[in-house]
Design a protein around this ligand. Structure first.
Ligand code: NAD
Ligand code: UD1
Length: 349
């Protein structure tokens, strides 16, 4: 049985991916500083399995610590080795993700996202672990006029958060190019993950004021306080921006497919867009949310947000072809699962 290290595994995408990893028979070690998450997400994962009468106690180990601390990362690898279960691969989620905060405090983002990744990757190499799935973002494409973004589209981040993702991508590319027979690397560029696990036992739990549209829609519906829709004068069918929203479980599933693929193929580096390939406007999303959940989402139009892009939709053909990964959960399911999570856990974890 393979053992996988999941950094940032207590967070939104990490926790959902941990469920899929365990379902696929992997053992996992989670490293998380809990700076942006709650340990309860991991307890709830155990609940998901207990409901199915499966005890995963020995299959999920948690190590609280920060990737800034290289000795700490090394100790996790060493402990695993001592148990005769060396870490076979890493899924690297740990990172800070607020664009606005990164503009105010780029040093914090470079230290956490780039230096933290540097420590992780160096420790991996020292421990003969060279398989990694890295959480990148569609934000690396910056402002683009391409209607469907391909992996070969121009990389031109427009904020420090995007620059940190690019820097780690570049580091991984440099490593791979130096020793092509050593590394197995999948760089996943996510589009807009939303929704929650269908059990409603885990979901998105922002500790700070959210900036992304979906948690803001949920809060607007729950508190009946209006949400600001940034601009109604974009060149789209209803004047609001278009994004590629993807169900969190489809995104999580993409990680398992990427990991399985890396493990069973020759060393390589692949960049993959992880989106559905379908665009929805902000108003489409709000209307679907209202309809499927029978709840009002109050909103007002306000000015365009600085740095916003009109349309960001993935060309996901490469991920489909290489990984045989097919996102199939609808926008209705995303809205329903996200709202159910909120209704059952109004204060999060
Ligand atoms: P999240 O904040 O819910 O999870 C990130 C986790 O990493 C948190 O649990 C946090 O405590 C932990 N963490 C952060 N820095 C750490 C460090 N230095 N050491 C140890 N733990 C640390 O965010 P998420 O939405 O789950 O995002 C996961 C990854 O995916 C991030 O790298 C993010 O940039 C990337 N991403 C997210 C989105 C999105 O819309 N959610 C889109 C594109 C890319
Ligand atoms: C944003 C980040 C991107 C990051 C991604 C996931 C910016 C410019 N981009 O992308 O780098 O990778 O989140 O974390 O911040 N909207 C509103 N009202 C709101 C919030 C959002 O109308 O209060 C609209 C936006 O204009 C956009 C859509 O909702 O059209 C989605 O916004 P958001 O969830 O922030 O995601 P992105 O803009 O795709």
């Amino acid at each position: 049985m393979k053992r996988i290290l999941v950094t940032g595994g207590a967070g939104f995408i990490g926790s959902h991916t941990c469920v899929c990893l365990l379902e696929s028979g992997y053992e996992i070690c989670v490293i998380d500083s809990l700076s942006h998450s709650n340990i309860k997400s991991l307890y709830q994962i155990k609940e998901i399995f207990l409901k199915k009468k499966i005890n995963i106690k020995d299959k999920l180990k948690f190590f609280k610590g920060d990737l800034i601390d290289k000795e700490f990362i090394d100790s996790v690898f060493k402990k695993s080795k001592k148990e005769n279960k060396p870490i076979n691969g890493v899924i690297h989620f740990a990172g800070l993700k607020s664009v606005s905060e990164s503009v105010l405090n780029p040093l914090k983002y470079w230290e956490n996202n780039v230096f933290g990744s540097f420590n992780l990757i160096k420790t991996m190499l020292e421990n003969n672990c060279t398989t990694i799935v890295f959480s990148s973002s569609a934000t690396v494409y910056g402002n683009t006029s391409d209607s469907l973004i391909k992996e070969s589209s121009k990389i031109q981040p427009i904020n420090p958060y995007g620059s940190t993702k690019c820097a780690v991508e570049n580091l991984l590319n440099d490593l791979f190019n130096t020793k092509k027979d050593e590394w197995r690397i999948a760089i996943l560029r996510y589009f807009n993950p939303i929704g929650a696990h269908p059990s409603s036992l885990i979901g998105e739990n922002p500790l700070q004021k959210p900036n992304n549209i979906f948690p803001l829609i949920i809060n607007a519906a729950y508190e009946q306080k209006h949400l600001k829709v940034f601009g109604n004068d974009w060149p789209t069918h209803d004047g609001t921006c278009i994004r590629d929203y993807i169900h969190i479980m489809d995104l999580a599933d993409g990680h398992i497919k990427a990991l399985d693929y890396l493990i069973s193929n020759n060393s390589q580096l692949i960049n993959l867009n992880i989106g559905t390939g379908h665009g929805h406007s902000v108003l489409d999303l709000i209307k679907t949310f209202e309809l499927i959940n029978n709840v009002k989402v109050p909103f007002i139009f306000s000015n365009r947000r600085k740095g916003d892009v009109c349309k960001l939709v993935a060309n996901n053909l490469r991920a489909k072809r290489i990984l045989s990964w097919f996102p199939n959960r609808s926008i209705e399911q995303m809205c329903r699962d996200g709202w159910n999570w909120k209704m059952l856990n109004p204060n999060g974890f």
